[in-house]
Design a protein around this ligand. Structure first.
Ligand SMILES: [Zn+2]
Ligand SMILES: [Zn+2]
Length: 415
């Protein structure tokens, strides 16, 4: 299990700390602890009010307002690193090791061409199928093409569309909070990239999260035989191009597909720029958009999830959307979701939940005990605004965020 297992055993200092559960009343202050530069990593040191220290003391801030309750089985505050079912990872590791077999099979042009084609076609299955259709229902299609999308997606061996969509909807509901199933901020890079997939608590799909899909018998069939499309595809590559076809055409492209997809859970929440305030660490990253056929515009996507187009501007290349538009012109798909103009221009006020989440983060960037010992002990609105601007991109909801952050600080200091 070599490298991969070692990677899972790797734990950031944050992860190691979680091995000894903290008392429930400890603050969840995230200041400057975000792995790889989350939004708080840009906090400046502001001289006339206090920045929370690296190891903050107990805070009263979080007690008046509780975080939202977890949903379904995927949400839990239990230690997350002990529940990885290592035997479940064996097929995944075997697929990685199969890549090496090319030493003996050789690398033929035909096999490489199959690999490239399977990467592109199946990446479309991942982005248009698993993600934009099954998880977000960002366009409509017929029942038969829904099945084609599901089959194509599952030929990438990333479990059933029902499982994928349930997990992904949960991710958007709890992005980069403690309840997020794969947040680099809380779980460390490698856990968010690959480790979480084999966690016992994520094994069974939460069908309650996908009521719009779970009733379809053909999707239930694919849930039961989730590896069937991938196995049949592997067999086909062997018959078409021999052992090299199987190894290079199928296994190489499958492994590449795995990690480019996983980058959206890990790197796209760490590396890139934020255009929209979303209350999480999602980022736009052009090179991730190139290799994932448009998924790298992840901050755009978190800002407006129902859009079938993730590259909001003309220069934001989104090959998946171009293909969907092509399919729409021949009537295979329809009603492609598009972001409203005010969203694209960043002129739409944020939703209440997002305002609340960002206000909590802004307020939590102050050390309440130290604030309480200073006079005047609360930052002014201008100071709060400056702090918020250093943490998030421009948003028309800035005043609301600062007002809520002020209320939280007032409650915290007065508690
Ligand atoms: Zn999504
Ligand atoms: Zn995300």
């Amino acid at each position: 299990m070599g490298t991969l297992t070692s990677a899972w055993r790797f734990r950031s200092p944050r992860v190691r700390r979680r091995a000894h559960p903290t008392p429930p009343d400890l603050p969840t202050l995230p200041v400057r602890r975000i792995i790889g530069g989350g939004i708080h990593s840009r906090l400046p040191v502001v001289s006339n009010f206090v920045v929370a220290p690296k190891n903050p003391p107990r805070s009263r801030l979080d007690s008046p307002i509780q975080p939202p309750p977890p949903v379904a089985s995927a949400a839990s505050n239990e230690p997350f690193h002990d529940d990885i079912v290592y035997p479940k990872a064996i097929p995944f590791v075997v697929i990685h090791l199969a890549v090496i077999l090319a030493i003996w099979t050789g690398v033929t042009w035909r096999a490489v061409a199959i690999g490239v084609a399977l990467y592109v076609v199946r990446m479309f299955g991942v982005t248009a199928g698993y993600h934009r259709y099954f998880s977000h229902r960002s366009f409509k299609t017929s029942r038969w093409f829904q099945f084609v999308l599901a089959w194509l997606a599952q030929s990438s061996a990333q479990k059933s569309v029902l499982w994928w969509a349930a997990i992904h909807r949960h991710h958007h509901k709890h992005s980069d909070t403690e309840d997020d199933v794969h947040s680099p901020r809380h779980r460390g890079f490698w856990y968010s990239h690959v480790g979480w997939i084999f966690a016992r608590k994520h094994e069974a799909p939460d069908l309650a999260a996908v009521p719009d899909l779970a009733g379809a018998p053909e999707l239930r069939f694919l849930l039961r035989f989730e590896l069937l499309p991938a196995i049949l595809l592997g067999v086909a590559t062997f018959f078409v191009a021999g052992a090299a076809g199987l190894v290079v055409g199928f296994f190489w492209s499958t492994v590449l597909l795995y990690h480019c997809t996983f980058f959206i859970n890990s790197l796209a929440h760490v590396n890139g720029v934020q255009r929209y305030a979303t209350g999480d660490d999602s980022r736009n990253n052009w090179w991730l958009a190139v290799i994932t056929m448009g998924e790298g515009w992840h901050n755009n996507h978190h800002a407006y999830q129902r859009s079938a187009r993730q590259g909001f501007r003309w220069y934001e290349i989104d090959v998946t959307f171009y293909l969907l538009r092509l399919l729409a012109t021949i009537g295979v798909v329809r009603e492609l979701g598009a972001p409203p103009v005010e969203v694209v221009r960043n002129e739409r006020p944020l939703g209440r939940a997002t305002v609340e989440r960002i206000a909590r983060q802004v307020a939590a960037s102050f050390d309440l005990d130290r604030l309480a010992s200073h006079t005047p002990h609360l930052p002014t609105m201008d100071e709060l605004r400056a702090r918020a601007r250093s943490m998030i991109p421009h948003t028309p909801s800035m005043d609301d965020i600062c007002a809520r952050a002020y209320e939280r600080l007032t409650q915290g200091v007065g508690a």
